[in-house]
Design a protein around this ligand. Structure first.
Ligand code: F6P
Length: 377
């Protein structure tokens, strides 16, 4: 059930105190969200504190002896709009439900977390994060820790919102890379495979692939047949086009196969994906295409650098709305974009419904209509 209003203000007669953190991997636009949150919250009489490196600041006592929860004021967030990363730092290794412990299995650090929140008089957490952070927030809410989530991820795989901040910049970076690869592919009559991020969602691959004019796009939602990709390359040759660009999402898998991993999943942490491009290259090389096949892995380039104007704008709107939610004591909510409007949705619902490319949806249909090979019939 959604808790719309928590009357903390009435109960305590003091300004609300919230702790803001950026959870999971960084995403372009995070600083814009932090800046907007601090500006609006401060103007609405909400005291903002920050935990550095995700939950690490809050959970530091469990590791190092002193909590790192610091006040965050308007003067602390000046000049950060164009900066990538997060001024608060990020951590993918500080899940309070599965905190890695030295020489031991992960431990549940939620009791410690609650004690630190009580020590600092923190009433609520504001978590800028992706799907992993939303799941943590939903579980913290169940434990009675009020939370607000600001959706960010380059993968676009978080449910409950039409857009997350970060993906626009990642798609822009990937599109420019595909543009650049076209000329060198053509000069050498090569097949260029571009591996992009996105985990189990093909949003970056599909959007950048269409925007960059790829000949084949392979996404995790559609297990692919390497023979169809090879056939597409041969078909282009019959038109005198002796180069091809294939975009492959890191989570893509061949029919009957699995996604390529460089590190297996462990408690509280997803598998680390990688190798999808090389896997496909081996499959294509085995099919005698008379073309050299090369692989470019874009990797963290997609996460770094200056956010696009669209990401900064969305992140600012999200951060401002998150501050409004706090000021109105509306917890258990994730900021969300619906039909172009910034609204909010239930954290638990959003965390239960990941966003994936619909293979029968408009974007995939558009790609197929353009003659782009998606790897299956
Ligand atoms: O979730 C964002 C993301 O960049 C994914 O696209 C990618 O699989 C993963 O994070 C990489 O995470 P890390 O930087 O921790 O290896």
């Amino acid at each position: 059930m959604v808790r719309e209003v928590i009357p903390i203000m009435e109960a305590t007669k003091r300004p609300l105190r919230v702790c803001l953190l950026t959870g999971g991997g960084d995403a372009p636009g995070l600083n814009a969200a932090v800046r907007a949150f601090v500006h609006v919250a401060t103007r609405r009489d909400v005291l903002v504190y920050a935990s550095h490196f995700g939950f690490e600041g809050l959970l530091a006592p469990a590791r190092e002896g002193s909590p790192q929860v610091v006040p965050l004021r308007i003067e602390d967030v000046r000049g950060i709009l164009p900066r990538g990363g997060s001024i608060l730092g990020c951590s993918t290794a500080s899940n309070p439900f599965a905190l890695p412990a030295d020489h031991a299995a992960a431990v549940d650090a939620t009791a410690r977390l609650r004690a630190v929140l009580a020590d600092f008089g923190i009433d609520a957490l504001v978590l800028a994060g992706g799907d992993g952070t939303a799941v943590i927030a939903a579980r913290l809410e169940e434990l009675g820790v009020p939370c607000v989530v600001i959706p960010k991820t380059i993968d676009g795989d978080l449910g409950g919102t039409e857009q997350t901040c970060g993906i626009d910049t990642a798609v822009e970076t990937a599109t420019r890379a595909i543009d650049a690869l076209h000329s060198t592919a053509e000069a050498h009559h090569r097949v260029m495979i571009v591996e992009v991020m996105g985990r189990s969602a093909g949003w970056i691959a599909l959007r950048a692939g269409i925007a960059g004019g790829a000949d084949a796009i392979l996404i995790p939602e559609v297990p692919y047949d390497p023979a169809r990709v090879a056939a597409k390359i041969r078909e282009r040759e019959t038109f005198g086009l002796r180069f091809s660009i294939v975009v492959v999402g890191e989570g893509a898998s061949p029919l009957g196969g699995a996604a390529s991993e460089v590190e297996a999943q462990r408690p509280g942490h997803p598998a680390r994906l990688g190798g999808a491009g090389e896997f496909l290259a081996r499959e294509l090389r085995a099919r005698d295409l008379h073309h050299e096949v090369r692989v470019t892995v874009l990797g963290h380039l997609q996460r770094g650098g200056t956010p696009t104007a669209a990401d900064r704008l969305l992140a600012t709107r999200f951060g401002a709305h998150a501050a409004d939610l706090c000021a109105e004591r509306r917890f258990g909510r994730m900021v969300s974009l619906r039909s172009g409007h910034v609204v909010s949705t239930s954290i638990s619902e959003a965390s239960r419904c990941p966003s994936r490319v619909d293979p029968a949806g408009e974007l995939a249909y558009c790609a197929r209509s353009m003659g782009i090979e998606l790897g299956t019939a």
